[in-house]
Design a protein around this ligand. Structure first.
Ligand SMILES: O=C(O)CCC(=O)C(=O)O
Length: 201
C-alpha cells in the first residue's frame, strides 16, 4: 500500500492510499449485515432531527462518545471491523480503539461541515488528533476547508476502498464534509477509526 502524504501547513496533514480495501463492495455488504446501522435523532442548535445517513458507533468497553446532545455507548467490535482495525494498526502504526460507521444510502445522505475534535479524541491536544477513514462503495466528494480562509480547500473523491488519514492539527485548523449530490450515486459506507483517550470527567 502506498500512502501519499500531503502537508496542509501549521502541522496539519493528510495521507491518502487508494485501494486500501481491494474487495470493498464485498466488505461493505458484509458490514451492512453486521452493524446495527440506524438513523439517530440529533439535537443541534436546539432542533432535533434525524441524521441524513445511518450510523453505528463501536469501540472498546468504556468508550462512550458524546456529540450533538447525545451519548453513544459503544457497540462491540464485529469480526469485519476487527480485521480492518488490525490492518490499519500495521499500515498506520497506531492502535485505534473506536470507529464510527456512516452509511450514505444515496445522494441525499450527507455529512455537514465539522471537525473531529471532541475532548475524548485528545483532551488537551486538538493539534494532535489521528483519524483513519475508510470509504467503501461509491465515491463521494469529500471537502477539507481551512477555518481561517474558506477559499483554501482540498477536494477528494473518497470511495472504492480508499484510506484517508488525517493527522496533526487537521482537526484544529480544518473542517470536513460530504455534501449532498443530485447526481445518481450508489451506497457508500465510511468508517472513521479514532483513538479515544479516556473517560469523560
Ligand atoms: O464520510 C466521510 O468521509 C466523513 C465521515 C466523517 O466526517 C466523520 O465520521 O466524522
Amino acid at each position: 500500500m502506498e500512502m501519499v502524504r500531503h502537508e496542509l501547513g501549521d502541522g496539519a496533514w493528510y495521507g491518502l492510499a487508494e485501494g486500501f480495501v481491494p474487495d470493498d463492495e464485498a466488505v461493505m455488504a458484509r458490514l451492512v449485515g453486521e452493524l446495527p446501522l440506524a438513523q439517530e435523532p440529533l439535537t443541534i442548535a436546539g432542533k432535533t432531527h434525524l441524521t441524513p445517513r445511518l450510523t453505528s458507533w463501536h469501540g472498546d468497553p468504556g468508550c462512550a462518545y458524546a456529540y450533538s446532545g447525545r451519548v453513544f455507548a459503544p457497540a462491540p467490535w464485529t469480526p469485519t471491523l476487527t480485521a480492518l482495525r488490525d490492518r490499519l494498526e500495521v499500515a498506520v502504526g497506531a492502535r485505534f480503539n473506536t470507529v464510527l460507521a456512516n452509511l450514505y444510502r444515496g445522494g441525499d445522505d450527507a455529512m455537514g461541515a465539522h471537525a473531529d475534535k471532541e475532548r475524548e479524541l485528545g483532551p488537551d491536544a486538538p493539534h494532535d488528533v489521528l483519524i483513519a477513514s475508510l470509504s467503501l462503495g461509491a465515491a463521494r466528494r469529500f471537502l477539507l476547508v481551512r477555518n481561517r480562509d474558506r477559499r483554501d480547500r482540498v477536494e477528494l473523491a473518497l470511495g472504492g476502498g480508499s484510506l484517508l488519514v488525517m493527522g496533526g492539527a487537521t482537526q484544529r485548523d480544518w473542517r470536513h464534509h460530504v455534501p449532498r449530490t443530485k447526481r445518481p450515486v450508489g451506497p457508500r459506507l465510511n468508517l472513521t477509526f479514532r483513538i479515544f483517550r479516556g473517560a469523560r470527567p
